[in-house]
Design a protein. Structure first.
Length: 420
């Protein structure tokens, strides 16, 4: 199967780049943001200050697309990151940045570089690209791979191949390859609803070489075959919108049997100048770390779902409070209610309340992560230029910190961002 996909990918690239010469439109775009923020007591205590942070950072993204026609594009996206005053220091994660004196950074990250072309009802995206599956519960990241989609009226049928790990050359090295395969069709249910059934598999004949799988307990020769099936449902109703996601996971990782599940649901509605929203997240955890069952909902790499500001990344997404699964929705039960309104023109105020706990107790027998209050103001300074001001406070539970000198985590900060 994998060899066939490689051959088909090579053939598709040949077809794409041997098309007759034509006029090219050069399309540029991008995104820029600068953040200044302070994070305090993220360990849950105020003695060590191990996670205390106060800094300014900048991110720039530059997009370039060579558009040969409406059905043929070559898409590229690049990224530059810097901490203000961040001299080269790999121990701090600062490597060849442009935030120090002289600003001579030499690091430009390639986020995307892929061919996007259509042949009849078929669309092909081949190369390094962004992929989202199941709102991010299963995957939301950049990756190398191929997405082949059949489009028709009222539905689409995407087939995906993602390459997380290449074993390289050598005897049996090919066995160490790790591949994700996915089928994620989308069907319109009338004019107001969409359902997206999704099947994802992660496979390898020897999953021990990839660090992400080795962390789950694989040893040389361990076969990996994990399968996740479920759906996303989105609907517009008279009062607002609702969404539902539900997924079952089964398979094996070496000697470990995988059996887990995840469910999420949310709703939003407008009432005059105000809006209200809510969501629920639940993902199973591992009830016994010493047995040969993996009951925690597990995606080796690539999943990403942001939720609360402190416990679930958020606007300042460099760290989360201790004990939280962050954007990896696993061993988590979380509830959210929130509201937004526009007190004046161009200004939006949003307030969110989160409660979160672990489904299975941690090593200390604790499960409560805490209750978090998030407040955010967004002001539109100019077209495409926004200013965010964020404050968040976590009334921490014992699963965040269970010891002396306990202190509640909090953060305040601002972000200026533009897109073009």
């Amino acid at each position: 199967m994998k060899k066939l996909l490689v051959l088909l990918t090579a053939f598709a690239l040949v077809v794409a780049f041997t098309a007759p010469a034509m006029a090219i439109d050069h399309v540029f775009g991008g995104y820029w943001r600068t953040r200044a923020y302070m994070q305090k007591n993220f360990t849950g205590e105020d003695d060590t200050g191990a996670k205390d942070l106060s800094q300014v950072d900048t991110r720039t993204r530059v997009y370039y697309t060579a558009k040969f026609s409406d059905n043929f594009k070559f898409v590229n996206k690049f990224e530059l990151d810097a901490v203000w005053g961040g001299e080269e220091d790999p121990a701090k994660g600062w490597d060849s940045q442009y935030g120090d004196i002289g600003t001579d950074g030499v690091r430009v990250e390639v986020k995307n570089s892929y061919a996007d072309f259509g042949l009849g009802n078929w669309n092909f995206k081949l190369g390094a690209q962004g992929v989202v599956l199941a709102r991010g519960f299963l995957f939301d990241d950049d990756c190398a791979g191929a997405v082949v989609t059949y489009n028709a009226e009222g539905f689409s049928l995407p087939f995906l191949w993602i390459k997380p790990y290449e074993g390289g050359a050598g005897k049996d090295a090919n066995d160490q390859d790790v591949d994700y395969y996915a089928f994620a069709p989308s069907f319109n249910l009338g004019e107001s609803a969409t359902i997206k059934p999704t099947l994802v598999s992660a496979t390898s004949k020897d999953g021990s070489a990839w660090a992400k799988l080795a962390a789950l307990g694989t040893v040389p020769g361990d076969n990996v075959g994990v399968y996740i099936i479920g759906f996303d449902l989105d609907a517009k109703l008279d009062f607002g919108t609702v969404w539902l996601s539900a997924y079952l996971e089964n398979g094996e990782i070496g000697d470990y049997d995988v059996s887990a599940w995840l469910i999420g649901a949310g709703s939003s509605m407008k009432m005059g100048p105000a809006g209200f929203h809510a969501q629920i997240l639940y993902a199973t955890g591992d009830d016994d770390a010493t047995d040969e069952d993996i009951n925690a909902f597990t995606v080796p790499a690539g999943n990403c779902y942001y939720w609360a500001e402190i416990m679930g990344y958020g606007t300042f997404d460099n760290q989360v409070s201790s004990g939280s699964p962050a954007d990896n929705i696993s061993n988590l039960m979380a509830f959210n209610i929130g509201a937004s309104f526009n007190p004046i023109e161009k200004l939006t105020a949003t307030i969110d309340l989160w409660y979160a706990s672990l489904v299975e107790d941690d090593a200390n027998g604790e499960d409560k992560l805490g209750t978090e209050l998030d407040i955010k103001f967004t002001y539109k300074l100019l077209p495409n230029l926004n200013l965010d001001v964020v404050g968040a406070y976590l009334f921490a539970g014992d699963a965040t910190w269970d010891g002396d000198d306990d202190a509640n985590p909090y953060e305040v900060g601002t972000r200026l961002s533009l897109s073009f």
